[in-house]
Design a protein around this ligand. Structure first.
Ligand code: BES
Ligand code: ZN
Ligand code: ZN
Length: 499
Protein backbone atom coordinates (compact mmCIF):
# COMPACT_ATOMS: atom_id res chain seq x y z
CA UNK A 1 0.00 0.00 0.00
CA UNK A 2 1.17 3.46 -0.86
CA UNK A 3 0.34 6.69 0.90
CA UNK A 4 0.78 10.29 -0.08
CA UNK A 5 -0.23 13.49 1.59
CA UNK A 6 -0.86 16.69 -0.33
CA UNK A 7 -2.15 20.09 0.60
CA UNK A 8 -4.85 21.83 -1.36
CA UNK A 9 -3.85 20.79 -4.85
CA UNK A 10 -6.24 17.89 -5.12
CA UNK A 11 -6.59 18.39 -8.86
CA UNK A 12 -3.04 17.18 -9.37
CA UNK A 13 -3.48 14.04 -7.27
CA UNK A 14 -2.24 10.85 -8.85
CA UNK A 15 -5.55 9.05 -8.38
CA UNK A 16 -8.47 7.63 -10.32
CA UNK A 17 -11.12 9.14 -8.10
CA UNK A 18 -11.50 12.14 -5.84
CA UNK A 19 -13.46 11.28 -2.74
CA UNK A 20 -14.99 14.22 -1.00
CA UNK A 21 -16.84 14.23 2.28
CA UNK A 22 -20.30 15.81 2.18
CA UNK A 23 -21.97 17.05 5.34
CA UNK A 24 -25.64 16.70 5.96
CA UNK A 25 -27.60 19.64 4.66
CA UNK A 26 -24.74 21.47 2.96
CA UNK A 27 -24.97 22.93 -0.52
CA UNK A 28 -23.11 21.66 -3.55
CA UNK A 29 -21.69 25.16 -3.81
CA UNK A 30 -20.03 25.25 -0.40
CA UNK A 31 -16.26 25.30 0.02
CA UNK A 32 -14.21 22.89 -2.00
CA UNK A 33 -17.36 21.32 -3.45
CA UNK A 34 -17.76 24.33 -5.67
CA UNK A 35 -14.28 23.87 -7.10
CA UNK A 36 -15.00 20.22 -7.74
CA UNK A 37 -18.28 20.99 -9.36
CA UNK A 38 -16.48 23.27 -11.78
CA UNK A 39 -13.91 20.56 -12.44
CA UNK A 40 -16.70 18.15 -13.27
CA UNK A 41 -18.49 20.75 -15.41
CA UNK A 42 -21.48 20.95 -13.10
CA UNK A 43 -21.90 17.18 -12.74
CA UNK A 44 -21.58 17.39 -8.97
CA UNK A 45 -24.36 19.87 -8.40
CA UNK A 46 -26.58 18.06 -10.85
CA UNK A 47 -26.08 14.71 -9.07
CA UNK A 48 -26.83 16.34 -5.74
CA UNK A 49 -30.07 17.53 -7.23
CA UNK A 50 -31.05 14.50 -9.29
CA UNK A 51 -30.15 11.91 -6.63
CA UNK A 52 -31.50 14.05 -3.85
CA UNK A 53 -28.08 13.77 -2.19
CA UNK A 54 -28.42 15.06 1.34
CA UNK A 55 -25.16 13.95 2.92
CA UNK A 56 -26.80 11.41 5.20
CA UNK A 57 -24.21 9.22 6.85
CA UNK A 58 -23.22 6.42 4.47
CA UNK A 59 -24.88 7.96 1.42
CA UNK A 60 -22.70 7.69 -1.67
CA UNK A 61 -22.70 8.91 -5.26
CA UNK A 62 -20.12 8.27 -7.93
CA UNK A 63 -19.96 10.59 -10.85
CA UNK A 64 -17.75 10.13 -13.85
CA UNK A 65 -16.46 13.11 -15.75
CA UNK A 66 -14.16 13.90 -18.62
CA UNK A 67 -11.04 15.41 -17.05
CA UNK A 68 -9.82 18.86 -17.95
CA UNK A 69 -6.14 19.80 -18.28
CA UNK A 70 -3.72 18.03 -15.97
CA UNK A 71 -6.36 16.33 -13.85
CA UNK A 72 -5.86 12.56 -13.63
CA UNK A 73 -9.03 11.61 -11.78
CA UNK A 74 -11.96 10.42 -13.82
CA UNK A 75 -14.55 10.23 -11.13
CA UNK A 76 -15.72 12.02 -8.04
CA UNK A 77 -17.22 10.18 -5.15
CA UNK A 78 -19.50 12.05 -2.81
CA UNK A 79 -19.51 10.51 0.63
CA UNK A 80 -22.17 11.52 3.09
CA UNK A 81 -20.95 11.64 6.70
CA UNK A 82 -24.02 13.07 8.42
CA UNK A 83 -23.90 16.05 10.76
CA UNK A 84 -20.67 18.02 10.85
CA UNK A 85 -20.90 18.20 14.65
CA UNK A 86 -20.66 14.39 14.88
CA UNK A 87 -17.72 14.13 12.50
CA UNK A 88 -15.03 12.88 14.87
CA UNK A 89 -11.57 11.46 14.09
CA UNK A 90 -12.94 7.93 14.19
CA UNK A 91 -15.58 9.04 11.68
CA UNK A 92 -12.75 10.19 9.41
CA UNK A 93 -11.32 6.66 9.63
CA UNK A 94 -14.74 5.14 8.92
CA UNK A 95 -15.29 7.49 5.97
CA UNK A 96 -11.92 6.60 4.49
CA UNK A 97 -12.70 2.91 4.95
CA UNK A 98 -16.15 3.31 3.50
CA UNK A 99 -14.74 4.98 0.38
CA UNK A 100 -12.10 2.27 0.02
CA UNK A 101 -14.60 -0.58 0.15
CA UNK A 102 -16.96 1.23 -2.20
CA UNK A 103 -14.32 2.01 -4.79
CA UNK A 104 -12.69 -1.39 -4.79
CA UNK A 105 -15.92 -2.93 -6.01
CA UNK A 106 -15.83 -0.37 -8.80
CA UNK A 107 -12.33 -1.30 -9.83
CA UNK A 108 -10.47 1.71 -8.56
CA UNK A 109 -6.92 1.11 -7.42
CA UNK A 110 -6.08 4.57 -6.16
CA UNK A 111 -8.04 7.48 -4.88
CA UNK A 112 -7.56 10.88 -3.34
CA UNK A 113 -9.47 11.58 -0.14
CA UNK A 114 -10.54 15.01 1.07
CA UNK A 115 -11.53 14.39 4.70
CA UNK A 116 -12.57 18.02 5.31
CA UNK A 117 -11.94 17.75 9.03
CA UNK A 118 -10.58 20.86 10.65
CA UNK A 119 -8.65 19.12 13.44
CA UNK A 120 -4.93 18.47 13.76
CA UNK A 121 -3.79 17.46 10.24
CA UNK A 122 -1.49 14.73 11.59
CA UNK A 123 -4.39 13.12 13.42
CA UNK A 124 -6.69 13.49 10.40
CA UNK A 125 -4.12 11.89 8.09
CA UNK A 126 -3.58 9.14 10.65
CA UNK A 127 -7.29 8.37 10.86
CA UNK A 128 -7.61 8.34 7.06
CA UNK A 129 -4.70 5.92 6.64
CA UNK A 130 -5.88 3.66 9.45
CA UNK A 131 -9.38 3.44 7.99
CA UNK A 132 -7.92 2.69 4.56
CA UNK A 133 -5.84 -0.20 5.95
CA UNK A 134 -8.46 -1.75 8.23
CA UNK A 135 -11.21 -1.55 5.61
CA UNK A 136 -9.34 -3.94 3.39
CA UNK A 137 -9.08 -6.79 5.88
CA UNK A 138 -11.11 -9.78 4.73
CA UNK A 139 -12.01 -13.15 6.17
CA UNK A 140 -11.12 -15.06 3.01
CA UNK A 141 -7.56 -16.06 3.88
CA UNK A 142 -8.32 -19.76 3.42
CA UNK A 143 -10.36 -19.47 0.24
CA UNK A 144 -8.62 -20.82 -2.84
CA UNK A 145 -10.97 -18.96 -5.16
CA UNK A 146 -13.62 -16.23 -5.01
CA UNK A 147 -11.37 -14.04 -2.93
CA UNK A 148 -12.54 -10.46 -2.48
CA UNK A 149 -11.60 -7.91 -5.13
CA UNK A 150 -8.00 -6.80 -5.46
CA UNK A 151 -6.68 -4.27 -3.04
CA UNK A 152 -7.01 -0.57 -3.47
CA UNK A 153 -3.31 0.16 -3.37
CA UNK A 154 -2.90 3.90 -3.11
CA UNK A 155 -4.36 6.58 -0.90
CA UNK A 156 -3.69 10.27 -1.40
CA UNK A 157 -4.90 12.38 1.50
CA UNK A 158 -5.54 16.05 0.77
CA UNK A 159 -5.62 18.45 3.70
CA UNK A 160 -5.55 22.18 3.19
CA UNK A 161 -2.75 24.01 4.93
CA UNK A 162 -1.08 20.93 6.41
CA UNK A 163 2.70 20.67 6.44
CA UNK A 164 4.11 17.83 4.33
CA UNK A 165 5.99 16.43 7.31
CA UNK A 166 2.85 16.38 9.50
CA UNK A 167 0.98 14.60 6.75
CA UNK A 168 3.75 12.08 6.29
CA UNK A 169 3.95 11.41 10.00
CA UNK A 170 0.19 10.98 10.30
CA UNK A 171 -0.03 8.63 7.35
CA UNK A 172 2.80 6.48 8.65
CA UNK A 173 1.24 6.28 12.10
CA UNK A 174 -2.14 5.43 10.60
CA UNK A 175 -0.60 2.65 8.56
CA UNK A 176 1.08 1.21 11.66
CA UNK A 177 -2.10 1.38 13.75
CA UNK A 178 -4.22 -0.11 10.94
CA UNK A 179 -1.77 -2.92 10.36
CA UNK A 180 -1.64 -3.64 14.09
CA UNK A 181 -5.45 -3.92 14.16
CA UNK A 182 -5.34 -6.24 11.16
CA UNK A 183 -2.62 -8.31 12.84
CA UNK A 184 -4.95 -8.75 15.82
CA UNK A 185 -7.90 -9.54 13.54
CA UNK A 186 -5.97 -12.08 11.54
CA UNK A 187 -5.04 -13.96 14.71
CA UNK A 188 -8.62 -13.87 15.99
CA UNK A 189 -9.84 -15.26 12.70
CA UNK A 190 -7.39 -18.18 12.60
CA UNK A 191 -8.93 -21.61 12.99
CA UNK A 192 -7.95 -23.28 16.25
CA UNK A 193 -6.28 -26.27 14.58
CA UNK A 194 -3.83 -23.81 13.08
CA UNK A 195 -3.53 -21.25 15.86
CA UNK A 196 -2.64 -23.49 18.79
CA UNK A 197 -0.96 -21.97 21.84
CA UNK A 198 2.41 -23.00 20.37
CA UNK A 199 1.59 -21.34 17.06
CA UNK A 200 0.41 -18.20 18.85
CA UNK A 201 3.78 -18.08 20.60
CA UNK A 202 5.55 -18.59 17.27
CA UNK A 203 3.62 -15.72 15.69
CA UNK A 204 4.47 -13.52 18.65
CA UNK A 205 8.13 -14.46 18.33
CA UNK A 206 8.22 -13.74 14.59
CA UNK A 207 6.54 -10.39 15.17
CA UNK A 208 8.96 -9.57 18.00
CA UNK A 209 11.93 -10.39 15.78
CA UNK A 210 10.59 -8.15 13.04
CA UNK A 211 9.86 -5.21 15.29
CA UNK A 212 12.64 -5.40 17.88
CA UNK A 213 10.60 -6.43 20.92
CA UNK A 214 12.16 -8.78 23.46
CA UNK A 215 10.44 -12.14 23.40
CA UNK A 216 10.33 -14.83 26.03
CA UNK A 217 8.05 -17.81 26.52
CA UNK A 218 7.33 -19.91 29.58
CA UNK A 219 6.53 -23.55 28.86
CA UNK A 220 4.48 -25.75 31.17
CA UNK A 221 7.50 -26.99 33.12
CA UNK A 222 8.54 -23.39 33.88
CA UNK A 223 5.00 -22.46 34.84
CA UNK A 224 4.83 -25.51 37.09
CA UNK A 225 7.97 -24.29 38.85
CA UNK A 226 6.41 -20.88 39.34
CA UNK A 227 3.36 -22.53 40.88
CA UNK A 228 0.89 -21.45 38.20
CA UNK A 229 -1.60 -24.14 39.12
CA UNK A 230 -4.56 -22.02 38.09
CA UNK A 231 -3.42 -21.47 34.50
CA UNK A 232 -2.18 -25.05 34.15
CA UNK A 233 -5.50 -26.48 35.36
CA UNK A 234 -7.05 -25.20 32.13
CA UNK A 235 -4.58 -26.84 29.74
CA UNK A 236 -4.67 -30.22 31.49
CA UNK A 237 -7.35 -31.54 29.16
CA UNK A 238 -5.53 -30.44 26.03
CA UNK A 239 -2.90 -32.16 23.90
CA UNK A 240 -1.59 -28.68 23.21
CA UNK A 241 0.83 -27.39 25.81
CA UNK A 242 0.10 -23.95 27.29
CA UNK A 243 2.46 -21.05 26.66
CA UNK A 244 2.91 -17.86 28.60
CA UNK A 245 4.11 -15.34 26.03
CA UNK A 246 6.09 -12.36 27.29
CA UNK A 247 6.98 -9.34 25.17
CA UNK A 248 9.01 -6.42 26.40
CA UNK A 249 9.24 -2.97 24.89
CA UNK A 250 11.99 -0.73 26.28
CA UNK A 251 12.21 2.80 24.88
CA UNK A 252 15.54 4.30 23.86
CA UNK A 253 14.59 7.48 25.64
CA UNK A 254 12.65 6.66 28.79
CA UNK A 255 10.39 9.38 30.20
CA UNK A 256 8.56 7.14 32.66
CA UNK A 257 8.75 7.91 36.37
CA UNK A 258 11.19 5.58 38.05
CA UNK A 259 9.51 2.26 38.72
CA UNK A 260 6.54 2.85 36.43
CA UNK A 261 5.71 -0.12 34.22
CA UNK A 262 2.49 -0.65 32.28
CA UNK A 263 1.52 -4.24 31.51
CA UNK A 264 -1.03 -5.41 28.96
CA UNK A 265 -2.27 -8.91 29.72
CA UNK A 266 -4.49 -10.94 27.39
CA UNK A 267 -6.66 -14.04 27.52
CA UNK A 268 -5.42 -16.33 24.78
CA UNK A 269 -7.77 -19.31 24.87
CA UNK A 270 -7.15 -20.64 21.36
CA UNK A 271 -10.33 -22.68 21.64
CA UNK A 272 -12.87 -22.86 24.43
CA UNK A 273 -14.95 -26.03 24.47
CA UNK A 274 -15.85 -25.32 28.08
CA UNK A 275 -13.79 -28.34 29.19
CA UNK A 276 -15.68 -30.91 31.28
CA UNK A 277 -18.39 -28.24 31.79
CA UNK A 278 -18.83 -28.67 28.04
CA UNK A 279 -20.49 -25.95 26.00
CA UNK A 280 -23.45 -26.85 23.79
CA UNK A 281 -22.33 -27.81 20.28
CA UNK A 282 -24.34 -25.13 18.57
CA UNK A 283 -22.29 -22.00 18.20
CA UNK A 284 -19.22 -23.52 19.78
CA UNK A 285 -17.25 -22.69 16.62
CA UNK A 286 -17.35 -19.02 17.67
CA UNK A 287 -14.99 -19.91 20.50
CA UNK A 288 -11.99 -19.76 18.18
CA UNK A 289 -12.04 -16.04 18.93
CA UNK A 290 -11.56 -16.68 22.66
CA UNK A 291 -7.92 -15.64 22.20
CA UNK A 292 -8.94 -12.14 21.10
CA UNK A 293 -7.63 -10.54 24.31
CA UNK A 294 -4.23 -12.10 23.67
CA UNK A 295 -4.38 -11.07 20.02
CA UNK A 296 -5.14 -7.51 21.13
CA UNK A 297 -2.04 -7.51 23.31
CA UNK A 298 0.10 -8.77 20.41
CA UNK A 299 -1.30 -6.24 17.93
CA UNK A 300 -0.90 -3.38 20.39
CA UNK A 301 2.67 -4.42 21.24
CA UNK A 302 3.47 -4.57 17.53
CA UNK A 303 2.31 -0.99 17.06
CA UNK A 304 4.14 0.11 20.21
CA UNK A 305 7.39 -1.36 18.87
CA UNK A 306 6.98 0.63 15.65
CA UNK A 307 5.61 3.89 17.09
CA UNK A 308 8.29 3.93 19.80
CA UNK A 309 6.62 5.70 22.71
CA UNK A 310 8.90 6.80 25.55
CA UNK A 311 7.63 4.47 28.28
CA UNK A 312 8.36 0.76 28.76
CA UNK A 313 5.49 -1.67 28.17
CA UNK A 314 5.21 -5.32 29.12
CA UNK A 315 2.90 -7.55 27.06
CA UNK A 316 1.74 -10.91 28.39
CA UNK A 317 -0.45 -13.48 26.69
CA UNK A 318 -1.68 -16.63 28.39
CA UNK A 319 -2.13 -18.99 25.44
CA UNK A 320 -4.06 -22.10 26.40
CA UNK A 321 -6.59 -24.51 24.89
CA UNK A 322 -9.60 -25.56 26.99
CA UNK A 323 -10.57 -29.15 26.16
CA UNK A 324 -12.42 -32.04 27.86
CA UNK A 325 -10.37 -35.19 28.36
CA UNK A 326 -9.59 -37.95 30.85
CA UNK A 327 -6.89 -35.71 32.25
CA UNK A 328 -8.99 -32.56 32.25
CA UNK A 329 -9.83 -30.59 35.36
CA UNK A 330 -13.17 -31.60 36.96
CA UNK A 331 -15.77 -29.27 38.43
CA UNK A 332 -14.96 -29.42 42.18
CA UNK A 333 -11.18 -29.74 41.74
CA UNK A 334 -9.11 -27.43 43.92
CA UNK A 335 -5.92 -25.85 42.59
CA UNK A 336 -3.34 -23.40 43.93
CA UNK A 337 -2.37 -20.29 41.98
CA UNK A 338 1.09 -18.70 41.89
CA UNK A 339 0.18 -16.15 44.57
CA UNK A 340 -0.69 -19.02 46.93
CA UNK A 341 -4.47 -18.64 46.79
CA UNK A 342 -6.50 -21.81 46.51
CA UNK A 343 -9.33 -22.02 43.99
CA UNK A 344 -12.28 -24.35 43.90
CA UNK A 345 -13.07 -24.81 40.22
CA UNK A 346 -16.82 -25.25 40.02
CA UNK A 347 -17.17 -24.63 36.31
CA UNK A 348 -14.37 -25.44 33.88
CA UNK A 349 -15.96 -23.10 31.34
CA UNK A 350 -15.05 -20.13 33.51
CA UNK A 351 -11.45 -20.71 32.39
CA UNK A 352 -10.43 -17.24 31.21
CA UNK A 353 -10.20 -15.92 34.76
CA UNK A 354 -8.16 -18.98 35.75
CA UNK A 355 -5.44 -18.28 33.21
CA UNK A 356 -5.52 -14.52 33.79
CA UNK A 357 -5.08 -15.08 37.53
CA UNK A 358 -1.54 -16.38 37.10
CA UNK A 359 -0.83 -14.05 34.18
CA UNK A 360 -1.65 -10.81 36.04
CA UNK A 361 0.19 -12.04 39.13
CA UNK A 362 3.21 -12.70 36.92
CA UNK A 363 2.94 -9.21 35.39
CA UNK A 364 3.03 -7.67 38.85
CA UNK A 365 6.01 -9.83 39.85
CA UNK A 366 7.78 -8.49 36.78
CA UNK A 367 7.38 -5.02 38.21
CA UNK A 368 4.17 -3.77 36.59
CA UNK A 369 2.43 -1.12 38.68
CA UNK A 370 -0.32 -0.59 36.12
CA UNK A 371 -2.02 -3.60 34.60
CA UNK A 372 -4.71 -3.66 31.95
CA UNK A 373 -6.08 -7.10 31.17
CA UNK A 374 -8.36 -7.86 28.25
CA UNK A 375 -10.46 -10.91 27.63
CA UNK A 376 -13.50 -12.38 25.95
CA UNK A 377 -14.42 -13.32 29.47
CA UNK A 378 -18.17 -13.58 29.82
CA UNK A 379 -21.32 -14.14 27.81
CA UNK A 380 -22.97 -11.89 30.41
CA UNK A 381 -21.24 -8.78 29.07
CA UNK A 382 -22.91 -9.37 25.70
CA UNK A 383 -26.29 -9.48 27.41
CA UNK A 384 -25.49 -6.33 29.38
CA UNK A 385 -23.81 -4.17 26.72
CA UNK A 386 -24.21 -5.85 23.33
CA UNK A 387 -21.57 -5.15 20.72
CA UNK A 388 -21.28 -1.39 21.21
CA UNK A 389 -19.44 -1.15 24.50
CA UNK A 390 -16.62 -3.05 26.12
CA UNK A 391 -17.21 -3.72 29.80
CA UNK A 392 -14.58 -2.07 31.98
CA UNK A 393 -13.93 -2.57 35.67
CA UNK A 394 -10.96 -1.82 37.88
CA UNK A 395 -9.48 -0.96 41.26
CA UNK A 396 -8.30 2.52 40.27
CA UNK A 397 -10.86 5.04 39.05
CA UNK A 398 -8.25 7.28 37.41
CA UNK A 399 -7.00 4.42 35.25
CA UNK A 400 -10.54 3.39 34.32
CA UNK A 401 -11.41 7.01 33.47
CA UNK A 402 -8.30 7.35 31.33
CA UNK A 403 -9.18 4.25 29.33
CA UNK A 404 -12.77 5.42 28.85
CA UNK A 405 -11.47 8.83 27.67
CA UNK A 406 -8.97 7.22 25.26
CA UNK A 407 -11.81 5.07 23.97
CA UNK A 408 -13.90 8.17 23.26
CA UNK A 409 -11.06 9.71 21.26
CA UNK A 410 -11.01 6.59 19.13
CA UNK A 411 -14.71 5.96 18.74
CA UNK A 412 -14.53 2.90 20.99
CA UNK A 413 -17.11 2.64 23.75
CA UNK A 414 -16.20 1.44 27.25
CA UNK A 415 -18.84 1.18 29.93
CA UNK A 416 -17.92 0.78 33.55
CA UNK A 417 -19.50 -1.80 35.82
CA UNK A 418 -19.04 -1.59 39.59
CA UNK A 419 -16.77 -3.67 41.81
CA UNK A 420 -17.12 -3.88 45.58
CA UNK A 421 -16.40 -6.06 48.61
CA UNK A 422 -20.01 -7.25 48.48
CA UNK A 423 -19.44 -8.66 45.01
CA UNK A 424 -16.09 -10.16 46.04
CA UNK A 425 -17.81 -12.03 48.89
CA UNK A 426 -19.86 -13.90 46.33
CA UNK A 427 -16.85 -15.87 45.13
CA UNK A 428 -15.85 -17.12 48.58
CA UNK A 429 -15.62 -20.90 48.53
CA UNK A 430 -16.80 -23.26 51.27
CA UNK A 431 -13.66 -25.33 51.03
CA UNK A 432 -10.97 -23.12 49.42
CA UNK A 433 -10.09 -19.42 49.37
CA UNK A 434 -12.23 -18.63 46.37
CA UNK A 435 -14.32 -20.33 43.70
CA UNK A 436 -14.26 -19.52 40.02
CA UNK A 437 -17.95 -18.69 39.62
CA UNK A 438 -20.51 -16.59 41.47
CA UNK A 439 -24.21 -17.24 41.97
CA UNK A 440 -25.97 -18.38 38.82
CA UNK A 441 -27.35 -15.63 36.62
CA UNK A 442 -26.08 -12.79 38.79
CA UNK A 443 -23.60 -10.15 37.64
CA UNK A 444 -21.59 -12.65 35.61
CA UNK A 445 -19.24 -10.03 34.17
CA UNK A 446 -18.48 -8.55 37.59
CA UNK A 447 -17.87 -12.04 39.01
CA UNK A 448 -15.16 -12.54 36.39
CA UNK A 449 -13.55 -9.23 37.34
CA UNK A 450 -13.61 -9.72 41.11
CA UNK A 451 -11.98 -13.11 40.58
CA UNK A 452 -9.08 -11.58 38.63
CA UNK A 453 -8.82 -8.84 41.25
CA UNK A 454 -7.85 -11.49 43.82
CA UNK A 455 -4.55 -11.85 41.97
CA UNK A 456 -3.64 -8.18 41.89
CA UNK A 457 -1.57 -7.13 44.87
CA UNK A 458 -0.68 -3.42 44.79
CA UNK A 459 -0.92 -2.55 41.10
CA UNK A 460 -3.47 -0.23 39.59
CA UNK A 461 -5.59 -2.49 37.48
CA UNK A 462 -8.34 -2.37 34.86
CA UNK A 463 -10.11 -5.29 33.24
CA UNK A 464 -11.69 -5.09 29.78
CA UNK A 465 -14.35 -7.64 28.90
CA UNK A 466 -14.34 -7.60 25.09
CA UNK A 467 -16.60 -10.64 24.54
CA UNK A 468 -19.23 -8.46 22.86
CA UNK A 469 -16.97 -6.09 20.96
CA UNK A 470 -14.15 -8.25 19.60
CA UNK A 471 -16.32 -9.82 16.91
CA UNK A 472 -18.89 -8.25 14.62
CA UNK A 473 -21.63 -10.49 13.25
CA UNK A 474 -22.29 -8.26 10.28
CA UNK A 475 -20.24 -6.31 7.76
CA UNK A 476 -20.20 -2.52 8.02
CA UNK A 477 -19.69 -0.14 5.09
CA UNK A 478 -16.15 0.46 6.35
CA UNK A 479 -15.34 -2.95 7.78
CA UNK A 480 -15.73 -6.65 7.02
CA UNK A 481 -17.65 -8.79 9.47
CA UNK A 482 -15.68 -10.82 11.97
CA UNK A 483 -12.85 -9.75 14.26
CA UNK A 484 -12.81 -6.02 14.97
CA UNK A 485 -9.42 -5.35 16.55
CA UNK A 486 -11.25 -3.50 19.33
CA UNK A 487 -9.14 -1.75 22.00
CA UNK A 488 -5.90 -1.62 20.01
CA UNK A 489 -6.37 2.08 19.21
CA UNK A 490 -7.57 2.90 22.71
CA UNK A 491 -4.60 1.19 24.35
CA UNK A 492 -2.18 2.95 22.02
CA UNK A 493 -3.70 6.28 23.04
CA UNK A 494 -3.35 5.24 26.69
CA UNK A 495 0.34 4.45 26.22
CA UNK A 496 0.84 7.83 24.57
CA UNK A 497 -0.94 9.57 27.41
CA UNK A 498 1.48 8.07 29.91
CA UNK A 499 4.61 8.99 27.99
N1 BES B 1 -15.23 -17.58 26.47
C1 BES B 1 -16.36 -17.60 27.30
C2 BES B 1 -17.12 -16.28 27.28
C3 BES B 1 -18.01 -16.08 26.09
C4 BES B 1 -19.24 -16.72 26.04
C5 BES B 1 -17.65 -15.23 25.10
C6 BES B 1 -20.06 -16.53 24.96
C7 BES B 1 -18.49 -15.04 24.02
C8 BES B 1 -19.69 -15.69 23.94
C9 BES B 1 -15.96 -17.86 28.74
O1 BES B 1 -14.87 -18.66 28.92
C10 BES B 1 -17.13 -18.55 29.38
O2 BES B 1 -17.48 -19.60 28.93
N2 BES B 1 -17.70 -17.92 30.38
C11 BES B 1 -18.84 -18.44 31.04
C12 BES B 1 -18.69 -18.18 32.50
C13 BES B 1 -19.69 -18.89 33.36
C14 BES B 1 -19.44 -20.38 33.31
C15 BES B 1 -19.56 -18.39 34.76
C16 BES B 1 -20.07 -17.74 30.49
O3 BES B 1 -20.01 -16.55 30.21
O4 BES B 1 -21.08 -18.41 30.29
ZN1 ZN C 1 -15.33 -20.74 28.91
ZN1 ZN D 1 -13.46 -18.59 27.35
Amino acid sequence: MEFQGITGRFKEANAEALVVVFFKGEKATSGVLKEMDALARGALSSVVKSENFKGEKGQTALLRFAPKGKVKARSIMLLGVGDKADYTMSEVAAASGCATRYLRTRNHKKFAFLPRHEGDPTAVAQAAAQGFVTSQFELDKYKTKDKKEKLVSRLVVCIDGASPSDLKKGLERGRIVGEAMNFTRDLANEPPNILTPTEMANRAQAMANETGLKYEVLDEAKMEKLGMGSLLSVSKGSEQPAKLIILRYSPEKNTAEKGDLLALVGKGITFDTGGISLKPGEGMDAMKYDMSGGATVLGTMRAIALLKPTIPVLGIVAAVENMPDGKATRPSDVVTASNGKTIEILNTDAEGRLILADAVAYAEKQGANRIVDMATLTGAVIIALGDQNTGIMGNDQALVDEIIACGKENGEGFWQLPLSKEYSKQIKSDIADIKNIGPRGKAGTIMGAVFIQEFIDKAKWAHLDIAGTAWSDSAKPHQAKGPTGVAVRTLLSLVEKYQ
